[in-house]
Design a protein around this ligand. Structure first.
Ligand SMILES: [Mn+2]
Length: 297
C-alpha cells in the first residue's frame, strides 16, 4: 500500500503575541532545507545511512499540498482554515506533516486529525514549554501559548493519553497543579537525559497510544537546546540534542498519524541550522515509517 505524506505550510506568526514574530517564514525555509535531502532520491532510491540500508521509496509519495490560506489579521479564521485543511488531508489518506508557523497551529493540526478520525486521540508534545495558557488579555485563547490547552478540550482527547516531553527551566506555578490534576504525563529534559531515548520513546507510545489512540506529534523546535536550534522564538537552555530528537522520532514514527512541527524562526536562525533540523526530523520520520511499512494512522 502506498504511503502518502502531505506537506502543509502554516505561514503564520500572529500567535507569537508576546515573543518574536518571524515563524511565518519557516515553511519556506523548511521546504528548502528538505530539498537538500530529497534531491538525493534518485530513481526512487535513497541511502539511509544510519539504518545502513537503501530505501526504495517508489511506494512513498511526498506531496506538497501548499500553504493554508492564513489570514494575518484573524487568528480565529486562520485556525479554522487550518483545522479544515488538515482534516481534508487526513480524509484523502495523507499523513499530514504540518509546517509552522508559530505554535498556534498546533491546536488546529490536532483538531483536524481529531475531526477526520474516529476513536481516541493521543498526543506526544515535544516542547520546552507547557502551552497550557487558558486565556489572557494579551494573548487571547488561540495564541502560541495555548495550543495544548485547546487540544485538551477536544471531545476525544483523554489527558491521560497526553505526554509532554522536554520541559525545563521555570514556568508559572499554576501549571504544576494543572498538569497533575489532569493526569497528564511528563518527561522533563533532565529526566530524558537520565532515562535515555529508547525508554522515553516506549513510554511516549504507551501513554499516547492508550486505548489504541490515534497519535499526533506536536513538535516545537524549542524542545531542542538553544545550541542545536538557535532560530526559534523562546530559547531555553538545557534542552535535547539533535541526536536525541532524531532517534526519538524514528522510534515513534511508525505508530503516529501526524507531525506538527512549529516555531522555527528564520529571522533568528544561524546558517539555516534550525530549519535543517526541522527538515531532518521530517525525513527521518518518513524513513522510519518507510522501513516499518507503516500506513497512515
Ligand atoms: Mn515552546
Amino acid at each position: 500500500m502506498k504511503q502518502r505524506y502531505g506537506l502543509i505550510g502554516y505561514p503564520f506568526d500572529g500567535g507569537a503575541s508576546l515573543g518574536r514574530p518571524g515563524a511565518r517564514y519557516a515553511p519556506e525555509a523548511i521546504r528548502k532545507a528538505l530539498g537538500w535531502i530529497t534531491y538525493r532520491i534518485v530513481d526512487g532510491m535513497i541511502f539511509d545511512v544510519e539504518a545502513d540500508q537503501v530505501l526504495n521509496l517508489s511506494e512513498v509519495e511526498i506531496q506538497d499540498l501548499g500553504d493554508v490560506a492564513v489570514v494575518p489579521a484573524d487568528i480565529g479564521k486562520t485556525v479554522e482554515r487550518t483545522r479544515e485543511r488538515v482534516a481534508q488531508a487526513v480524509r484523502e489518506g495523507y499523513f499530514p506533516i504540518v509546517l509552522g508557523g508559530d505554535d498556534s497551529g498546533g491546536f488546529p493540526a490536532l483538531a483536524g486529525l481529531h475531526d477526520a478520525t474516529a476513536g481516541p486521540i493521543g498526543v506526544i508534545h515535544l516542547d520546552a514549554h507547557f502551552d497550557l495558557l487558558e486565556e489572557s488579555e494579551a494573548q487571547g485563547r488561540l495564541s502560541q501559548s495555548s495550543p495544548l490547552r485547546r487540544v485538551l478540550e477536544l471531545p476525544r482527547v483523554d489527558p491521560r493519553a497526553v505526554i509532554q516531553i522536554g520541559q525545563r527551566g521555570f514556568n508559572f506555578a499554576r501549571y504544576h497543579a494543572f498538569t497533575r490534576e489532569q493526569g497528564m504525563s511528563r518527561v522533563t529534559a533532565r529526566e530524558y537525559d537520565r532515562l535515555g531515548t529508547e525508554v522515553v520513546a516506549a513510554r511516549a507510545l504507551e501513554v499516547a497510544g492508550r486505548d489504541g489512540a490515534t497519535i499526533g506529534v506536536m513538535f516545537d523546535i524549542d524542545v531542542l537546546d538553544t545550541a542545536f536550534a538557535p532560530g526559534t522564538g523562546a530559547n531555553e537552555p538545557g534542552g535535547l540534542s539533535s541526536r536525541q530528537i532524531i532517534d526519538f522520532l524514528r522510534l515513534v514514527a511508525p505508530r503516529v498519524a501526524l507531525l506538527w512541527i512549529a516555531e522555527t524562526n528564520p529571522l533568528y536562525d544561524v546558517h539555516g541550522e534550525t530549519a535543517q533540523v526541522a527538515a531532518y526530523a521530517i525525513f527521518h520520520t518518513i524513513a522510519a515509517r518507510a522501513i516499518a511499512g507503516a500506513r497512515p494512522g
